[in-house]
Design a binder for this molecule. Sequence first.
Ligand code: KG4
Ligand code: ZN
Length: 346
Amino acid sequence: GSFLRILGIETSCDETAASIVLRHDDGRGEIAADVVLSQLDEHSAYGGVVPEIAARAHVEALDTLIDEALARTSTSLGDIDAVAATAGPGLIGGLIVGLMTGKAIARALSKPLYAINHLEGHALTARLTDGLSFPYLMLLVSGGHTQLVLVRAVGRYERWGTTIDDALGEAFDKTAKLLGLPYPGGPAVERAAAAGDPKRFDFPRPLVGERRLDFSFSGLKTAVRQAAETIAPVTEQDISDICASFQRAISRTLDDRIGRGLARFSAEFPALGHPPALVVAGGVAANLELRRTLQTLCDRHGFRFVAPPLRLCTDNAAMIAWAGLERMAAGFAADPLDVQPRSRWP
Ligand code: KG4
Ligand code: ZN
């Protein structure tokens, strides 16, 4: 059969990425190449992403990554049917680099350009990896976002819940920093928690029991600080206990918040014709306790739990390419070449 072939570009945060993705006529997606360069080493000394360093690193790496993606698929630029580049939300310097590059290639080849919302990329990934049918629920938990989203169709998203303060990944990162653990904090907290007593500290579970589906994590961080301050000196075991208790509080919170979301979905779509599904995306999806919590919750509510491979949960260009292909297939018009990057784009 025939297919569409698209070049994907992602530069919204601290990952420079390029991909070649195909969409076959039967709707099946195929990742032909997916190259990601993490800037982690460049930022870790600062304990977070430095926008100016990120933008410069994107400039330096992007051309090479695009060449690499083309080389891996023995494709030349001329074989591309369209270009998809992240236009927001994210750090403006990086967005400019990626979108300008996408525009230049689209202009030179006279091919359509799709300016993609990064969150739409995350939202549609499960259709690339698991061929999921609409509608479904998606939980995006990363360093910058914590959102429960109803994915109705391409271009039709409803945000059911979001964080009113810190993102979940941010809560992990700040907790790690408080405890003197390395950046990024998520993996470090998870490692420390493995040897800890999750019942030693009874940390708060904000918004639990409330009807609205929002999240809040900043109180949890404050409680961690207070717990650490009351112990002196803080031993390695104390740190493990705090991390384990922190993860337990998060599990309990998600169990309540997401549980309500699943119930609401079931009430809105009583006769789907296929099992309802919850998809997880974002870097925090690497956390095994979070995965266990969501799996158990889905089992209880009769939902399918879909966790795409981790490299597709974190930032990548395959999801941006796929979002472009989905937009093409759904009949959305390409974007004009004067489309602007947007640091905020809900
Ligand atoms: O999606 P992502 O790679 O990047 C953006 O936020 O753009 O997510 C990174 C976040 C960081 O906050 C990091 O601490 C968190 O994901 N993270 C984890 C784990 N691995 C990464 N959080 C909890 N447990 C983990 N194993
Ligand atoms: Zn992301």
